[in-house]
Design a protein around this ligand. Structure first.
Ligand code: NAI
Length: 454
């Protein structure tokens, strides 16, 4: 039986980065993956959706928005099948890059379903007829879409009329009527692309606001901007039945019928913990996810869990950091997660980004806060490139300490700017220091300076 210092189960962002870091540190490393390395992020999540959304953005300009900037284009068309082909090429390039990096760093990669058991010498990882012995294990099995028990959904999945975020990315044709259940990050990004691509999009959301747990002000602007583009929202509504390509929706005590060609389920994701043998190890779980401490350790000595499987933040960038924390603890370097300033982005037009606490979350802690909010129209570059718009930069300030504890941005480049605020929040940089730093001009990033000075 080949022996390893560390075996990583799952080859998504948490798994492949853990395997790379462990190998770089000189540990004999095994990565077991049942499908393709890259996980949801590269194969059916972050990267494919951004590829589609970028094509959508170009088409939006070419087909009309460009007029504002003195640019028109005759007969602009979006060829969805070409967009999907390009997406495949992008995935192939990136997955190839990950495989090559693992090889270069001399991590062994085994493509199979893994099961796990504990023996006195360590963990035994079984893959088909092969068995490997590992001193430590990093569980990085990720997450999968939640399929709610709404009557008719299982039948719809079988006949192809009900899709999850996995299948919709491979559609060859744009559905005429697309009903999306769930206005979280996935639902919103899918709505944005398919609306541009020609679907009539209706979003059904049971909560009051779109965009998941983002700041209320950001959610309002986001929904308004998407409505202006033609997306219809049914808020505080629930789908209670789907049959014959019609969704029955309960709204304000009434029932409405929404016909569809495709119905997309985006009602959240759940941790994948069905590795045979895991339950027998006695690992603690909570709401279906593996319980870990700030060092990404489970209750079983030597067993770590990183990424979506621990259910904390289902974000690839959090998974990367958790993977590093797990590996560092395995090699004896004290390291832990700091979840105080996790950035998030919704890749719509305009983009929405956030880090740290929302205004409401800060108020709920009882902190004495001050809100500094400025319109994005204070940014010369934003007006030059996008015109006057509804966006903003909102900072939540700890009044006593004079530091930023949360930020929300609705603007162009919001995804790229948020990292600056993430650093400010995480390192508790005093407002006074930010005031003294020089921001490049003209950039949209200057809006942070404007907000700090407001
Ligand atoms: P989510 O939890 O963000 O949103 C699901 C939404 O569905 C919620 O607003 C919920 O109220 C609603 N919902 C649930 N059941 C419903 C029902 N029966 N009827 C109507 N509405 C219902 O989940 P989502 O969007 O599926 O995303 C999953 C994860 O993937 C999130 O953790 C997200 O952060 C991550 N992700 C992040 C991306 C990014 O950073 N850009 C992109 C895609 C995913």
């Amino acid at each position: 039986m080949k022996q390893y210092d560390v075996a990583v189960i799952g080859g998504g962002p948490a798994g492949y980065l853990a395997a790379e870091r462990a190998s770089e540190a000189g540990l004999c490393t095994l990565l077991v993956e049942k499908r393709e390395v890259g996980g949801v992020c590269l194969n059916e999540g972050c990267i494919p959706t951004k590829t589609l959304l970028y094509s959508g953005k170009l088409y939006e300009y070419a087909s009309g928005e460009g007029k504002t900037f003195g640019v028109t284009c005759k007969d602009a068309q979006l060829h969805h099948e070409e967009v999907v082909k390009r997406k495949e090429t992008v995935i192939k390039t990136l997955v190839g890059g990950v495989s090559a990096a693992l090889k270069r760093k001399k991590a062994d990669v085994f493509y199979a379903d893994a099961s796990i058991r504990k023996e006195t010498q360590g963990f035994v990882i079984s893959c088909e007829s092969n068995e490997f012995l590992a001193k430590t294990v990093i569980l990085a099995t990720g997450s999968e879409p939640v399929i709610p028990g709404i009557p008719g959904v299982s039948e719809g999945i079988l006949d192809g009329s009900v899709l999850t975020s996995r299948e919709i990315l491979d559609l060859k044709e744009i559905p005429k009527e697309l009903v999306i259940v769930g206005a979280g990050v996935i639902g919103i990004e899918m709505a944005a692309y398919f609306n541009i691509a020609g679907s009539r999009v209706t979003v059904v959301e049971m909560l009051e606001q779109a965009g998941g747990p983002i700041d209320k002000d950001a959610a309002e602007v986001l929904q308004k901007e998407l409505e202006k583009k033609g997306i219809r929202f049914h808020m505080k509504s629930r789908v209670c039945d789907v049959s014959n390509n019609t969704a029955l929706v309960g709204q304000d005590g009434k029932q409405i019928k929404l016909p569809y060609d495709k119905l997309l389920m985006c009602v959240g994701r759940k941790a994948v913990t069905d590795v045979p043998g895991l339950t027998e190890l006695g690992v603690y779980t909570e709401r279906g996810a593996i319980v870990t401490d700030e060092r990404c350790q489970t209750n079983i000595p030597g067993l770590y869990a990183a990424g979506d499987v621990n259910g904390k933040y289902m974000l690839a960038h959090v998974a990367y950091r958790e993977a590093e924390v797990a590996v560092n603890n395995i090699i004896g370097i004290a390291d832990w997660m700091d979840y105080s300033a996790i950035p998030g982005v919704i890749y719509t037009q305009p983009e929405v980004s956030f880090a740290g606490l929302t205004e409401q979350q800060a108020r709920d802690t009882g902190m004495d806060i001050q809100i500094k909010k400025v319109t994005i129209n204070m940014s010369g570059r934003h007006i030059a490139e996008h015109g006057m718009s509804e966006g903003f930069c909102k900072l939540v300030i700890d009044r006593k300490k004079q530091i930023i504890v949360g930020a929300s941005l609705v603007s162009a480049y919001a995804s790229e700017i948020i990292y600056a605020v993430t650093l400010m929040i995480q390192n508790k940089i005093p407002l006074e220091s930010i005031r003294r730093s020089v921001f490049p001009h003209p950039t949209v990033c200057e809006i942070i300076r404007e907000a700090v000075f407001s």
